[in-house]
Ligand binder design. Structure first.
Ligand code: ADP
Ligand code: MG
Length: 540
């Protein structure tokens, strides 16, 4: 290969340092020696702070704390064999703490491997047990991408330790500058949020708690969730208990802190929310006698594999603590119910083989994401043309066909209150033929959104309804279930998840009669509260 003989050469050590710098690394702790000394020099030259320590163990502990305190992993630089062995303590500790860390170890020349080289050790294998990623670049050109992957892996998902092995021959090799391509700095970890239905479920479990307790772990500290968690504690007036390193996420002297009565708080709680704390020995595995045998755990963690360890949680919220806490805050006032609460409870009871007929705006759109279909041709909705008023006709046909083909198969018709209005009187047809359809009217007093009764009344003080009522609103608290009872079917008016659960299971159990459940939800659900801005126009 004829290279450009005049081109500038760069040694592996400089490539390593530049790759670290490019990935946002700012701190390096280590003990120099063959073959990593040049890496320390090169890093320092590029403006990475280098702290020379006296033992790799302490160096690695130091580097791991940088990852906890800042938004990038610190680097621990160690020599081959015994140097790396000393660093294992720090790697193990960081990995167990779920702290990001990057260890870079020099190793013997590849050509001497298995020959009894100086300080030879199978380092990549050795580190595997104490890290989430352990690898060696195949060439000097592979250094930037492997460093990027190690830095990224240390921070993404559950944070932890990563190891990159640097054989002496790669550190020392010189290549043309132009043969190295640096990989752009990896992006901050993507923020994941919990499933909407699980968030509603958690809010409902928490709302029904008699002795709730929030446990704040070092995961919450790492997630920088202090503001969101404090808001949740204060707005919901919840007592909290920090774990040892969860201390300070909310100040210890906060009036809701029950740290002084730790044992009692753990023992009496009937619902416990875990924000980034594992149910390991520190928390007595979540088991009696330190906890009530019937305690309900709501687990918030970024690591799916952690959910369900040692206990069977009541609700699991997989996601970033900061984001999940904000989700929880948003759904805090979930009476009146919102769409997610409603569909969560409906989905729980739907027979797998049922027809799901649906129409409406939010009702259909949000319902589609939560309500599951398991069979082809069993979902019928507003379709290509976005037609409102198709629902009851579709449901009637499905019920008539099901009667012939598969008696006992249910038809569930999920309607928005506005959509229901387009063909509501087909309920008479349903009753005339006694089709055991379950009609759900998700009622928000309007088209897209409506008003509650009090607001409606206040509004009418400003003038005649034709002048002041927004064209979107329908009559608040309309008792659509009476359309069903008018013709002899069963009608229910429900306002809480508990009522919904009960009425739905009754309706599904009764295969002899149609029923209509009128489900009141927050009139402004999915929307921000509005000002009376239309009242400022010339119509009043
Ligand atoms: P403690 O020792 O304070 O009880 P642990 O180390 O047992 O805390 O638990 C911390 C938990 O936090 C780990 O299970 C980890 O997966 C989780 N975690 C770390 N970062 C985040 C984050 N950003 N969002 C959610 N969970 C996180
Ligand atoms: Mg509506």
């Amino acid at each position: 290969e004829r290279g450009n003989r005049d081109e500038e050469q760069v040694p592996g050590a400089k490539v390593i340092a530049q790759a670290l710098k490019t990935q946002g690394v700012k701190y390096m702790f280590g003990v120099v020696g063959i073959p990593v000394t040049e890496i320390a020099f090169a890093a320092q030259e590029l403006g990475i702070r280098y702290v020379g320590m006296r033992n790799e163990q302490a160096a690695c502990y130091a580097a791991s704390v940088v990852g906890y305190l800042t938004d990038r992993p610190g680097v621990c630089l160690v020599t081959s064999g015994p140097g790396l062995i000393n660093a294992l303590s720090g790697m193990a500790n960081a990995n167990m703490n779920c702290w990001p860390l990057l260890v870079i170890g020099g190793s013997c020349e590849r050509s001497q491997e298995t020959m009894g080289a100086f300080q030879e050790l199978p380092q990549v294998e050795t580190c595997r047990l104490y890290s989430k990623f352990s690898a060696r670049p195949s060439s000097i050109q592979a250094i930037p991408s492997i460093i990027e992957k190690a830095v990224r892996s240390s921070m993404y998902g559950r944070p932890g330790a990563c190891y990159v092995d640097m054989p002496a021959d790669i550190v020392d090799l010189k290549v043309n500058v132009s043969s190295i391509k640096y990989v752009e700095c990896c992006m901050p970890p993507p923020v994941s949020m919990a499933e909407g239905s699980a968030v509603c479920m958690a809010a409902s479990v928490l709302r029904n708690a008699k002795q709730p307790l929030i446990i704040i772990g070092k995961g919450a500290a790492y997630a920088r969730a202090e503001e969101a968690v404090r808001k949740l504690v204060e707005q919901c007036k919840l007592p909290f208990l920090p774990t040892p390193m969860g201390k300070g996420v909310i100040p210890d002297n906060h009036p809701n802190c029950v740290g002084a009565a730790r044992s009692r708080a753990l023992q009496l709680a009937d619902v416990i929310v875990l924000f980034g704390a594992r149910l390991n020995w520190i928390l007595h595995f979540g088991l009696p006698p330190r906890f009530r045998p019937d305690v309900k755990f709501i687990q918030v963690d970024i690591c799916a594999e952690e959910l369900g360890n040692n206990v069977r949680p009541a609700v699991t919220l997989l996601g970033d603590i900061n984001a999940v806490t904000k989700q929880e805050l948003a759904s805090k006032n979930s009476l009146p119910m919102n769409y997610f609460t409603v569909f969560y409870h409906v989905q729980e009871q739907l027979p797998k083989d049922c027809f799901v007929v649906s129409e409406g705006a939010n009702t259909m759109d949000i319902g589609r994401t939560v309500l599951q279909n398991y069979l082809p041709r069993h979902r019928l909705d507003a379709g290509t043309f976005g037609t409102m008023g198709v629902g009851l006709g579709f449901a009637i046909a499905a019920a008539v066909v099901a009667k012939d083909r598969n008696p006992g198969q249910r038809v569930i018709c999920v309607e928005g209150d506005s959509a229901f209005g387009f063909s509501g009187l087909e309920v008479e047809t349903i009753c005339r033929y006694n089709l055991p359809i379950v009609l759900l009217v998700v009622n928000n007093n309007g088209i897209y959104q409506g008003f509650n009764a009090d607001t409606w009344k206040e509004m009418l003080k400003f003038g005649d309804a034709t002048f002041v009522a927004p064209p979107l609103s329908l009559l608040p608290n309309a008792h659509y279930e009476q359309v069903m009872t008018a013709f002899g079917g069963k009608g229910y008016f429900v306002q809480t998840p508990e009522e919904l659960q009960k009425c739905l299971s009754q309706s599904l159990a009764d295969t002899t009669k149609p029923s209509l459940i009128n489900i009141m939800i927050e009139p402004q659900a999915t929307r921000k509260p509005q000002e009376f801005h239309w009242l400022t126009r010339s119509n009043i």
